[in-house]
Design a protein around this ligand. Structure first.
Ligand code: ADP
Ligand code: MG
Length: 570
């Protein structure tokens, strides 16, 4: 829904005002819409587009050099009037004739059609054409009935480059029509959009479903399917578009993945990767890809895929530079890298350069076992740790620790099988932990495991003192890297008591198991005691007050881990 508005009635006018104020170097306001604020070539064909508002960047976002000359802006989802089209067209005219190009909706056809007559009566040379890229809205045999959706951008971009290159009005019309015939779009919606000022969306999609074959005016989909994975959606879109191809399609496409209004860029990129793989597997060459919002429907959830089946002419015009508030094609400032340069996309492989001695290999095997246990206990408690972190942090501690401990356990198991000693095993486990966990705790756990490994070495004969030293090194590295002191409400508050009690117990001649158990008990009560503290480090510092009364997530996970290792001795 729209949270920020004044009077809903003024919304469409006020948004154009704001757009013009923000983009005064590109556009000027005129009755009915906006025109270029830059000088165009005299005699150039002027391309005028437009439609209802609520579709930004369609249509005013595309006014600028190399793209369209003027955009007519109607009411929310309602066509502008003929007089508004005429006003914008007259202001945008460069003496080369006027091409009215808009999406195929009845209201727009009527108003732009009337405007064409008015402009002709004014003495202008005018042509009119509609974009019909939406494959869901009519069968191929009735392509002229199809609605226009996100493919409109591609059609207008190509035609605009043709106009810029000096083609005549009829020649530009021909390029536009050809591009339209070769442009196909198919989309799915996950939620309906809400008109500014309304409380309820125009339609709703049941949870776990998607509406297939959406329109961009709050029209529900044509049918509903279960919502699958991003790859399932990519398959649906690609398969449909590969069934519905123009004549002589060739093998080259431009692919546009368009967010409908509330799709996240992140999910669009995930889906685009699947789209690109599927196109490649189908033997289609993608000459260019665009991911973003090109034609929205207010806050509608969903996306559409457009394929433009390019020939040489369309491809050439597509890449001609253009500049507008919402869409740009630029000439790269630098040359592309040599295609022979390929970067490593995988983390550095783990290696065992030298096998550990027996004592160190035995310790490494125990460490790998402990990491397996840690992985299990952390994943069982992932939600609890995430919830704790959500109190004043960002809620990712459970997820980060789960990823980190899982990768560390895998690495340790592999290294132990390869004959690694404790140092190499902990170095690999630490590296994988921080690579996979991310976040503050990921960096600290990674560094701490590596430091503990350095203390143990690969070929020392290990005794209780060595382990005490390793535990101290673990904690010291967290203190050094993180800079936290006792009482700052971090994992340090559970780690320092652990290390101290372990060391004391060893000096009192207790064995490993007893020393560990006592240390784990101390760590657990220290972690509990963090509830009353105010965080002074990490993300929680900013929302410190909220955190009071709740244990520190990092201290909690640490005490959970050491207590779990205690349970291994039973
Ligand atoms: P992030 O804060 O980056 O989201 P996590 O949520 O995984 O990372 O971990 C948060 C925990 O990390 C905190 O609860 C705290 O125990 C620990 N932490 C954060 N900063 C520090 C620091 N500077 N020193 C020690 N521990 C820290
Ligand atoms: Mg966090």
């Amino acid at each position: 829904m729209t949270h920020l508005l004044n009077n809903p009635v003024d919304f469409p006018v006020e948004l154009v005002d704001g757009f013009v104020k923000a983009n005064s170097k590109y556009v000027k306001k005129v009755y009915g819409g906006v025109v270029r604020a830059t000088k165009s070539k005299p005699g150039k064909v002027a391309i005028i587009t437009g439609g209802g508002t609520g579709h930004y960047p369609g249509f005013m976002g595309w006014v600028g050099p190399g793209l369209v000359d003027g955009a007519v802006t109607g009411n929310i989802f309602a066509s502008p009037s003929a007089s508004q089209v005429r006003s914008v067209a007259k202001a945008a005219d460069h003496g080369g004739g006027i091409l009215l190009a808009f999406l195929n909706y009845a209201g727009d056809v009527l108003h732009f059609g009337m405007a064409e007559e008015l402009l002709k009566a004014d003495g202008f040379d005018v042509r009119r054409s509609v974009v019909t890229d939406d494959v869901a809205s009519a069968p191929e045999s009735e392509i002229y009935k199809r609605r226009g959706i996100a493919g409109g951008l591609a059609v207008l971009k190509v035609a605009s480059a043709a106009a810029e290159s000096g083609l005549s009005l009829d020649e530009v019309l021909k390029v536009l029509n050809k591009t339209n015939e070769r442009t196909r779009t198919f989309g799915v919606a996950f939620s309906g959009c809400t008109l500014p000022g309304s409380a309820n969306p125009l339609f709703e999609v049941p949870a776990g479903k998607m509406a297939v074959g959406l329109g961009v005016h709050g029209e529900p989909g044509i049918y509903e399917l279960d919502l699958g994975t991003a790859d399932d959606v990519a398959k649906l879109l690609v398969d449909k578009l590969l069934e519905d191809v123009p004549q002589n399609p060739g093998k080259k496409v431009i692919a546009l993945l368009n967010g409908l209004g509330s799709a996240k860029y992140e999910e669009l990129f995930v889906t685009f990767s699947c789209v690109a793989n599927r196109l490649k597997n189908a033997g289609i060459q993608m000459v260019d890809g665009e991911v973003g919002e090109f034609m929205t429907s207010l806050d509608m959830g969903g996306l559409s895929l457009t394929l433009v089946w390019v020939d040489d002419e369309i491809e050439k015009y597509w890449f001609v530079p253009c500049d507008s508030p919402a869409f740009r094609k630029t000439k790269m400032i630098d040359e592309p890298l040599d295609s022979s340069i390929v970067f490593n996309t995988e983390p550095e492989a783990l290696k065992v350069n030298k096998k550990g001695n027996e004592s160190s290999r035995n310790a490494a095997a125990q460490i790998a076992k402990a990491l397996e246990k840690i992985k299990d206990i952390i994943s069982e408690n992932e939600t609890m740790l995430g919830d704790l972190d959500a109190v004043a942090g960002d809620g990712d501690h459970g997820a980060g620790m789960t990823r980190g401990s899982k990768a560390a356990a895998e690495a340790a198991n592999w290294l132990v099988k390869e004959g690694a000693g404790a140092q190499t095993t902990l170095a690999g486990a630490g590296a994988r932990w921080s690579e996979n966990a991310g976040g503050a705790s990921g960096a600290l756990w990674g560094a701490a495991l590596i430091a503990a490994g350095n203390a143990l070495g690969d070929d020392k004969d290990l005794d209780l003192k060595s382990f005490s030293h390793a535990i101290n090194s673990f904690v010291k590295s967290v203190q050094q890297l993180g800079g936290a002191n006792i009482g700052d409400k971090t994992m340090i508050d559970a780690q320092v008591p652990f290390a101290e009690v372990f060391e004391n117990s060893v000096s009192q001649n207790l064995g490993f198991v007893d020393a560990w158990n006592r240390a784990a008990i101390a760590s657990t009560s220290a972690a509990k005691a963090t509830a009353s503290l105010t965080p002074k480090m990490g993300r929680a510092r900013v929302l410190a007050e909220k955190s009071i009364g709740h244990q520190d997530p990092g201290a909690t996970s640490f005490s959970l881990i050491v207590s779990t290792i205690s349970s291994m001795f039973k």
